[in-house]
Ligand binder design. Structure first.
Ligand SMILES: NC(=O)c1ccc[n+]([C@@H]2O[C@H](COP(=O)([O-])OP(=O)(O)OC[C@H]3O[C@@H](n4cnc5c(N)ncnc54)[C@H](O)[C@@H]3O)[C@@H](O)[C@H]2O)c1
Length: 434
């Protein structure tokens, strides 16, 4: 199969690389010239474990190329995937479909033979039909079908998620398109991964429902964590106790500083907006968004408490600013709410993050970037663990505490325990939910 991948970001690049590894011929397209130049010279513009090796393998096998020329990529393709961004539209929470629709118009002009135009971007219900209308209007001669194929990969584990998915969801309306999609995903089909063929609207909704459900689960345990802090009890024990129930499951039950990242915040906002537009308020999702904001605010208060109720004049070492480990993605990370509050209150903030600096520098003005947690903690009033990178899971707490001005730790990921930290010489240890 010949595939054109429009948009070479976190999803487009991983999908393109993995499809080429399936044996398909893939051309990845992006408007960003610098990104394509990097890729053409063998560099990977994002941090995603294992991506560089898999990319190099398929480039040298001659199955994977990169271009800024969309028309060239679409010409002769069996399927064209749209994997451009769908950020939150300013003002109303709606998914901004500007990039999707402009890609659809460009694709329309380039269609020569029958092709399936597949939306991989996360898009509101009805978008695939609009994509169909836009292409048909721009090129009435074009022979094509649309398909909805939302992506469920997690940054940091993206390749494994793509290669060994829990399921592949395909919304299609014609047999011809079903056949093309089946050929593309044949390697997964042969290994018995579930492929769910459904209608366009259900496919579009599955993606939003999945993300809203996961955001709800995280927010639920975060709310229980707040209650544990008031009434006693340890949220880790509560999470274990409920997670062992097969109906609940133990995943997404780790209390922390609130969900963030490139998907949950924008997708919950978009689902809430879809509900409002159809006069059917998504009340649970709307509440989840509100509670998640409150969780982040609660984290700021936790840190303030440890800093003698004032940030002014304090030096705080923040370990981790990406929204989760093993990614350099800073989009909607809780750190973007929490760190500016510390700085706004007058604190001096030192940040260590294994991959977050390149993106984080512009987003977190006024912080000092360091490479070593021990140097960051030296002379500091408090250390805050914000992201549970492996590098921060096995710190020598005795060494860390010994160089601090006041050895106080706020552990927003519950990496350590009170016993461990106090035993290593910390005078204060505060986690989440105990
Ligand atoms: N990041 C994730 O973990 C993830 C997971 C599942 C689904 N998604 C969804 O996938 C979509 C893409 O997300 P992402 O994180 O990869 O975004 P991204 O911002 O990393 O990448 C999007 C890319 O598309 C390019 N682009 C925009 N318009 C273009 C055009 N007309 N032609 C060519 N290139 C164009 C941009 O330059 C950019 O490089 C979103 O809808 C997102 O919700 C993301």
């Amino acid at each position: 199969m010949r595939i054109a991948m429009i948009g070479t970001g976190y999803v487009g690049l991983v999908s393109g690389v993995c499809f080429s590894d399936f044996g398909h011929d893939v051309i990845c397209v992006d408007k960003a010239t610098d990104k394509i130049e990097m890729l053409q010279s063998g560099q990977v513009p994002i941090y995603e474990p294992g991506l560089d090796v898999l990319m190099a393998k398929n480039v040298s096998a001659g199955r994977l190329t990169f271009t800024t020329d969309l028309a060239d990529a679409v010409d002769g393709a069996d399927a064209v995937f749209i994997a451009v961004g769908t950020p939150t539209r300013r003002g109303d929470g709606h998914a901004d479909l500007t990039y999707v629709m402009s890609a659809a118009r460009e694709i329309a002009q380039a269609i020569t033979d029958y092709v399936v135009v597949v939306t991989k971007s996360t898009v509101p219900v009805g978008t695939n039909r609009k994509v169909h209308e836009v292409i048909a209007a721009a090129n009435p001669e074009a022979e094509f079908d649309v398909a909805s194929n939302p992506e469920f990969l997690r940054e940091g584990a993206a390749i494994d998620d793509f290669m060994r998915p829990d399921r592949v969801v395909v919304g299609v309306e014609s047999e011809r398109a079903v056949e093309v999609m089946a050929k593309i995903y044949r390697p997964l089909y042969l290994r018995d991964f579930p492929i769910l063929n459904t209608d366009l609207e259900s496919a579009e909704l599955i993606k939003y429902a999945a993300n809203a459900f996961l955001a709800t689960k995280i927010t639920f345990i975060n709310e229980i964590a707040g209650l544990c802090e008031r009434v006693g009890g340890d949220v880790k024990e509560v999470a274990r106790g409920i997670g062992l129930d097969g109906r609940i499951g133990n995943k997404f039950l780790r209390a922390g500083p609130g969900y963030g990242g490139s998907c949950f915040p924008k997708d919950t906002a978009a689902l809430a907006r879809i509900g409002q537009e159809h006069a059917y308020p998504m009340q649970i999702t709307e509440t989840v968004i509100r509670v998640n904001d409150a969780v982040k605010a609660r984290m700021i208060e936790k840190i303030r408490e440890v800093c003698d109720d004032r940030f002014n004049g304090k030096t705080i070492a923040v370990l981790g600013v990406t929204f989760k480990p093993d990614t350099d993605d800073m989009r909607d990370a809780p750190s973007l709410t929490i760190v500016p509050a510390l700085i706004g209150g007058g604190a001096k903030v030192r940040v260590v993050d294994p991959q977050g600096r390149a993106e984080g520098e512009a987003l977190l003005p006024g912080v000092e970037w360091l490479d070593d947690p021990y140097i960051a903690a030296k002379g500091a009033d408090a250390v805050v663990i914000m992201t549970e990178w492996n590098e921060f899971r096995a710190l020598n707490l005795t060494d860390l505490a010994s160089t601090m001005k006041t050895a106080r730790m706020v552990d927003l990921r519950n990496v350590y325990s009170s016993d461990l930290a106090l035993g290593a010489g910390f005078e204060t240890y505060i986690g989440v939910g105990s």
